[in-house]
Design a protein around this ligand. Structure first.
Ligand code: SF4
Length: 360
């Protein structure tokens, strides 16, 4: 099989891993699936995302690469993948590589080939762009370290919020030793782009369980990002007849994730809006304001932390208000970037709520 035929199969197979920036959903295709525009730390990056091999000895029930699935199994040699990437880099302005793999045998052997690929790219081809290196379950500590020295970002997918959910999905991955232990190793390494992970959102776990694990990952392991992927049944897998999970559930988890990660919300603020462990259908920030606020907030007196919890007021507007811009009427808030309609039910000025647009 020639390299381009392999590329089509392996890049398509890599698309099931959403452990990349949120914008890493397909935006562009250059005739070869697997090339995405992604927002990395400081700039937009055109990333080629692929597997080294789509053959895997594990039996994750949702995965088309798992053992027993009737897919054509292919594998790059390091030199083949380097030649292909070098071509994409020079001719299609691809400036990032997201490299993952199925675990066809010994995870260290597969990882050595992945490392070899990145080494050739770095030292022979002088490629100094973005490399996201997927750590495979079971990889040795020494190889994780070696890979980190060549990579911008690393990730290992936890897939589930706890071991009992993972046990439902796979009979051979050990949550603590195969995954969490390796996340702990990565968190101690010096990576410019930090560490990320992915969780599958499905009917085996509640939003509360998912967010509890997310919170732990951010606070205990300093992860840069947790990505959520709504379960989609894949033909040829044991779960092919199961119902797909809604994308809106995934989006609500992203909304709360953003509040935890970027706004400094605490998980205990999210818990009161959950019903039987599930987030409400409405916007989580709005639901939390309704559940947690005791009366209206005086925008000129409020702290930064109070301001960013008001629906319609984000960090930029909150900073402008705290920076000395007084709010005398709704239009002042609008000028500072606030969304008046959203904020209105929750705010007051000098003890008064505004009755007319021009005054409080
Ligand atoms: S370890 Fe990864 S590639 Fe292998 S079966 Fe599980 S999800 Fe698929």
């Amino acid at each position: 099989m020639n390299v381009l035929d392999k590329a089509k199969i392996l890049a398509e197979a890599g698309g099931y891993d959403s452990c990349g920036p949120k914008q890493c959903e397909v935006k562009i295709k250059e005739g070869l699936g697997g090339i995405y525009n992604a927002q990395t730390e400081h700039k937009t990056c055109k990333i080629f995302k692929t597997l080294m091999s789509n053959s895997c000895k594990f039996d994750c029930k949702y995965c088309q690469n798992a053992t027993g699935c009737e897919k054509k199994k292919v594998k790059y040699k390091p030199e083949e993948l380097v030649t292909l990437f070098d071509y994409l880099h020079k001719n299609l302005a691809v400036n990032g590589l997201f490299l993952s793999s199925g675990v066809s045998g010994d995870p260290d052997k597969v990882t050595e080939e992945m490392i070899e690929t990145v080494k050739i790219l770095r030292f022979q081809k002088r490629f100094n762009g973005y490399v996201h290196f997927k750590v495979l379950p079971g990889t040795s500590k020494e190889l994780v370290k070696q890979a980190s020295e060549l990579s911008t970002r690393m990730s290992i997918n936890i897939e589930a919020p706890n071991s009992s959910v993972l046990n439902e999905l796979s009979s051979c991955k050990d949550y603590k030793s195969d995954i969490i232990r390796r996340q702990k190793w990565i968190s101690k390494l010096n990576l410019g782009g930090g560490q990320a992970t992915q969780m599958i959102v499905n009917n085996l776990a509640t939003d509360k369980e998912v967010l509890k694990m997310t919170d732990w990952e951010y606070n205990e392991l300093s992860l840069k990002r947790v990505y959520y992927s709504s379960f989609r049944p894949v033909k040829g897998t044991p779960l092919e007849n199961e119902k797909a999970e809604s994308l809106s559930r995934q989006n609500h988890l992203y909304n709360v994730d953003f509040l935890l990660r970027s706004y400094g919300y605490k998980l205990k603020e999210v818990n009161p809006i959950m019903d039987e462990g599930m987030l409400p259908k409405e916007d989580p920030k709005l639901a939390m304001a309704k559940a947690n606020f005791q009366g209206a907030i005086d925008v000129n007196e409020a702290s930064y932390e109070e301001l960013i919890r008001i629906p319609g007021i984000g960090p930029k507007t909150a900073r402008r208000i705290r920076g000395g811009n007084k709010i005398r009427k709704y239009t002042d808030l609008h000028k500072l970037g606030g969304w008046v309609k959203r904020a209105k039910p929750f705010i007051e000025v000098n003890g008064k709520r505004q009755k007319m647009l021009t005054e409080f």
